[in-house]
Design a protein around this ligand. Structure first.
Ligand code: FES
Ligand code: FES
Length: 168
């Protein structure tokens, strides 16, 4: 089976009914996606499929043939000088020193990214609501909310810079 992940084509030879989280972690070595509850509840295993959050622990890989899968490994960029440029959402989580153990963070970041694409200027209530189905066992909820707020600001700044460059 062929899957499109982070802009690359991957061939997998295992059971196509296997849940995506295991294909990513065990077959393809993309271990940034974490396994938590295994029941679609906690959000630790969240990836993006065609830009929307999907729980990879309950989604068979075969259901995603032909769709665009994005994992946490796919949102940063490597610059020509070899430096990693983090996505603004990742940068915001770093700036706010959000994680404790970090287990939930890939899911938090990808959920926030999808949310901010559709809601670039969120209210505190909208942030609370959008992130409410991603659990953090370390209880970093205040810092997660601050990071999402900061991420909105960084994404909007980046958008403004790009449109200024286009005009000039
Ligand atoms: S591990 Fe998938 S939702 Fe918890
Ligand atoms: S930082 Fe530990 S589970 Fe969220």
């Amino acid at each position: 089976m062929e899957l499109s992940i982070n802009g690359k084509k991957y061939s997998t030879s295992g059971d196509p009914e296997e849940f995506l989280v295991w294909v990513l972690r065990d077959e393809l070595g993309l271990t940034g996606t974490k396994f938590g509850c295994g029941a679609g509840i906690c959000g630790a295993c969240t990836v993006l499929v065609d830009g929307s959050p999907v729980r990879s622990c309950i989604t068979p890989a075969t259901a995603l043939k032909g769709q665009r899968i994005t994992t946490i490994e796919g949102i940063s960029k490597t610059l020509p000088n070899g430096e990693i440029k983090f996505h603004p959402v990742q940068q915001a989580f770093i700036d706010e020193q959000t994680p404790q153990c970090s287990w939930c963070m890939s899911g938090q970041i990808l959920t926030a990214l999808a949310f901010l694409k559709s809601t670039p200027e969120p209210t505190d209530e909208e942030i609370e609501q959008a992130m409410s189905n991603n659990y953090c066992r370390c209880g970093c909820y205040d810092r997660i909310r601050s990071a999402v707020k900061r991420a909105a600001m960084l994404m909007n700044e980046e958008k403004d810079q790009k449109s200024t460059l286009r005009v000039s």
